[in-house]
Design a protein around this ligand. Structure first.
Ligand SMILES: *Cc1c(COP(=O)(O)O)cnc(C)c1O
Length: 372
């Protein structure tokens, strides 16, 4: 059988920068290198993208990714792990469609941009009761447990543990009694160990801390399956997905493979306890630099500052453009804040090494000296 030789093109010189993008975000370099090395010849002269999702080789990839995710997060038995599409935004609709019947109501905690988006989508299907709304602090705080207005008979309680744009992160898991707790963990999952047993359902788009965009992880407690509303599209039906091993239709095979590589990498780093140490240290160093200066400031209350997304502003906003162009020239990329808020934002997910934060802090000090 003839093997088609890969075209021997020119070697392109490759420069990697410290990438602070909020999402899709930086991926671990060894994972990118492995995917590159396996791109043309994965397991026998084909790319992983070019074979059936039901082939033995791909099924092994899929199963291993799930097993590694279960191991890393210590997911108890009694939970299903689903690999879906449609992003976290798809889950904003899938959650009410799967966990409630017509006429139901659910409690939502409003802590910023992504909770608001979740609330808007949920109104398609049920009555949303706002358990707390942090508007008074301009979404720079999270509510205390004691201030949550939880309603009786709610289908579930939904919250956003880490607001990716506001940089606000819950320092505790809300207690909701017998009512299932649902969390949009898109920008914080895998950043530290997690007590999954506290949740009814966890979902996360992959493109912050799990892998490339196009794949969405859902972790759902078994007793919540089978409450799906009639008329729900089957691609959003958790039970149908669980029964089909997330292969109800063609899954995003490349993304699933890539997620598997990231999970392997996380295990090599020492798992989530090691990631927690690294992430805490990175965030502490960056907030310390911001707090030590009167030139930079972060608006978030200290008890709920995000480990993953660090927004900050300059005392002279007219220097924003200079900051962005000079930082980019120094190899510190994608530091612009979300288009809705401006300023700066450094996203420092798992794939950001400590050296990247050190380089950013040094650049910030130097910039302040020159312009402050
Ligand atoms: C990025 C993000 C989303 C949106 O994810 P999509 O995959 O684009 O739908 C939702 N919630 C949070 C917390 C996010 O960080």
């Amino acid at each position: 059988m003839a093997r088609v030789p890969a075209e021997a093109g020119p070697r392109i010189h490759c420069v990697r920068v410290f990438n602070f993008s909020a999402g899709p975000a930086a991926l671990p370099l060894p994972v990118l290198e492995q995917a590159r090395d396996e791109m043309l010849d994965w397991q026998g002269g084909v790319s992983v993208m070019e074979i059936s999702h039901r082939s033995k080789a791909f099924m092994a990839v899929a199963e291993r990714a799930e097993a590694d995710l279960r191991e890393l997060l210590a997911i108890p038995s009694g939970y299903k792990v689903l690999f879906m599409q449609g992003g976290a935004t798809g889950q904003f609709s899938a959650v009410p469609l799967n966990l409630s019947q017509p006429g139901a109501h659910a409690d939502y905690i409003h802590t910023g941009h992504w909770s608001e988006r979740a609330i808007k989508e949920a109104r398609c299907c049920l009555t949303v009761d706002i358990a707390a709304d942090e508007a008074a602090s301009s979404y720079s705080t999270v509510p205390d447990q004691s201030s949550l207005r939880l309603t009786s008979g709610a289908a579930y309680v939904h919250y956003t543990p880490n607001e990716t744009i506001g940089g606000v992160e819950f320092p505790f898991i809300p207690a909701t009694g017998d009512v299932p707790l649902v969390a949009d963990m898109s920008s914080t999952i895998l950043s530290r160990p997690l007590d999954v047993a506290r949740f009814g359902l966890i979902y996360a788009g992959a493109q912050k801390n799990i892998g490339p965009s196009g794949i969405t992880v859902v972790i759902v407690r078994d007793d919540l399956l089978g409450r799906v509303r009639s008329g729900t599209p089957s691609v959003f039906d958790y039970k149908a997905f669980a029964e089909a091993g997330s292969m109800l239709n063609t899954p995003p095979t490349f993304g699933w493979y890539f997620v598997g590589l990231v999970l392997q990498w996380l295990k090599h780093q020492g798992g989530l306890a090691a990631m927690a140490d690294l992430n805490r240290a990175k965030a502490t160093a960056l907030y310390a630099a911001i707090d030590a200066s009167s030139f930079y400031s972060n608006p978030v209350a200290r008890n709920c500052r995000s480990w993953m997304n660090v927004p900050f502003t300059l005392a002279k906003p007219e220097l924003d453009k200079n900051f962005l162009s000079e930082s980019a020239a120094a190899g510190l990329a994608h530091l612009a804040g979300h288009r809705s808020v401006g300023g700066m934002r450094a996203s420092i997910y798992n794939a950001m090494p400590a050296a990247g934060v050190t380089a950013l802090v040094e650049f910030m000090r130097d910039f302040e000296k020159r312009h402050g």
